[in-house]
Design a protein around this ligand. Structure first.
Ligand code: GDP
Length: 429
């Protein structure tokens, strides 16, 4: 069976959760390999509407084993709350269908505080963090200043390790930010209340995945955010603090030797962006308001209105390249039904030059979008289930994107529900 990574091509919120939920039926294992509770996948299925933050989107499928790999920011408080919420709504979660890597590092309570304190210090120069502690967590992880979840299995050593970190972290909290220091009592209470509850789920997920491969099980790797938020290849410093690219998936999943056969890049039919940073084709005023309302573009985690714009073919083509996408799922095409003319950003004007190549982040500040307009279809397409049922203008729009980004669009999504999908090309076979 083939392995597949489902990744974001743009700024995130492309509808990856919806695609994972659709395709999990064909896979045995679903792995989240990076990021934490700082973004959300929205999944709509027969059990209702769910905003997942840390749990893999395969959690709804009976028989699918879900894994949180060593690359995730394991936030016990967020994860436990999410697990309780899903369970109360009838989703069974047990060590049978959820396995957490014992090598995943713990996001500790002070990471969230430090995130908020730093954004406060930055004042009007904020990055627009969701304040979930992700940046402080990953910087501590790479400084080797946090704990691995598996250390919880060795309570004495865990406590000692935590005590050392506490001493060090309080220097920053009190000295740099003038904040309250943490105490061992607070950390122990937190450990009891959240972290230790995860013990039954901890396991060597690398060994589990290796065995799954030997038994010819298929693995779906699920990313958070998108290529333009990748720490190394995104719009730095307006990136996230981890690698959202498919190339990182085997490492973050816990099986570095895993070969990925297919990379499904998820592209939204228009652009959205949460937080700060350059967003070349941003719309403002009434035009933006209409698109935001039509697409219900408000953050899954924060409820913040998302910044919106037309599809950005320059950024999308770059995203496809960075991800090494072998196919595309184009989502939310139905949202554009209200437009008479559909705008597309086909190039960037930087100074005297027009380019189709995504530039160095610094140049994005002065880039102006070069626009093209296509005829809209002006009707509701959410009940279309085949390529032929789509209006001619909608098909032309899909084909224009396909041609510009150089990757086949195998799926066209026309609604949030599981079956609101059109399969094309290889996917239809
Ligand atoms: P993710 O983080 O990439 O999974 O994306 P989000 O969950 O933040 O955003 C996608 C939103 O769009 C969710 O509310 C989905 O239910 C919704 N959605 C996904 N695909 C479609 C679609 O084709 N049409 C419409 N109207 N909504 C969609």
């Amino acid at each position: 069976m083939k392995n597949c990574a489902i990744v974001g091509i743009n700024w995130g919120d492309e509808g990856k959760g919806r695609m994972v939920d659709l395709l999990t039926g064909d896979f045995d294992v679903v792995v989240r390999y990076q990021g934490g509770g700082n973004a959300g996948h929205t999944v709509v299925n027969e059990l209702g509407k769910f905003a997942l933050h840390l749990l893999p989107s395969g959690i709804f499928r009976p028989g699918v084993v879900n894994v949180l790999g060593p690359g995730v920011a394991l936030d016990p408080e967020n994860l436990w709350t999410e697990m309780e919420d899903l369970r109360s709504r009838g989703v069974p979660i047990s060590p049978e269908n959820l396995k957490i890597s014992d090598r995943a590092s713990l996001l500790l309570p002070w990471h969230r505080d430090l995130d908020a304190l730093e954004e406060q210090r930055l004042a009007d120069k904020q990055y627009g963090s969701t304040k979930q502690g992700i940046a402080p967590f990953y910087s501590d992880k790479y400084q080797k200043k946090t704990v691995l979840s598996g250390e919880l299995l060795y309570p004495e050593e865990y406590r000692e390790h935590l005590r050392e970190l506490l001493e060090w972290k309080n220097l920053t909290l009190t000295g740099v930010y003038g904040a309250e220091p943490y105490t061992m009592e607070t950390l122990e209470r937190w450990t009891e209340e959240y972290a230790r509850k995860l013990l039954p789920f901890l396991t060597d997920t690398g060994a589990f995945l290796r065995e799954a491969r030997e038994r010819k099980k298929s693995i779906l790797l699920e990313a958070q955010l998108g290529a333009l938020r990748d720490l190394d290849y995104g719009i730095y410093p307006y990136t996230t603090s981890s690698n959202t690219t498919a190339a990182y998936a085997p490492i973050g999943a816990g099986l570095p030797s895993l070969r990925i056969d297919e990379v499904l890049g998820v592209v939204k039919a228009y652009s959205t962006c949460v937080g700060e940073g350059p967003f070349v084709c941003e719309l403002f005023g009434e035009e933006a308001e209409k698109l935001r309302e039509a697409g219900q573009e408000y953050g899954a985690k924060t409820g913040r209105p998302r910044r919106v714009g037309p599809i950005d073919l320059v950024a999308t083509r770059y995203g496809v390249q960075v991800q090494g996408a072998t196919g595309i799922a184009l989502t939310k095409l139905d949202v554009l039904g209200y437009l008479e003319k559909i705008p597309l950003c086909t190039g960037y004007r930087i100074g005297e030059k027009v380019t189709k190549e995504f530039p160095y982040p610094t140049e994005l500040n002065s880039a102006q979008p070069v626009m093209e307009y296509m005829d809209g279809w002006g009707c509701d397409i959410s009940s279309a289930r085949s390529w032929e049922e789509l209006p001619r203008e909608a098909r032309a729009y899909v084909q224009r994107i396909e041609e510009a980004v150089g990757c086949p669009i195998d799926y066209v999504s026309v609604g949030p529900e599981r079956d609101s999908i059109i399969l094309r090309g290889r996917a239809a076979k």
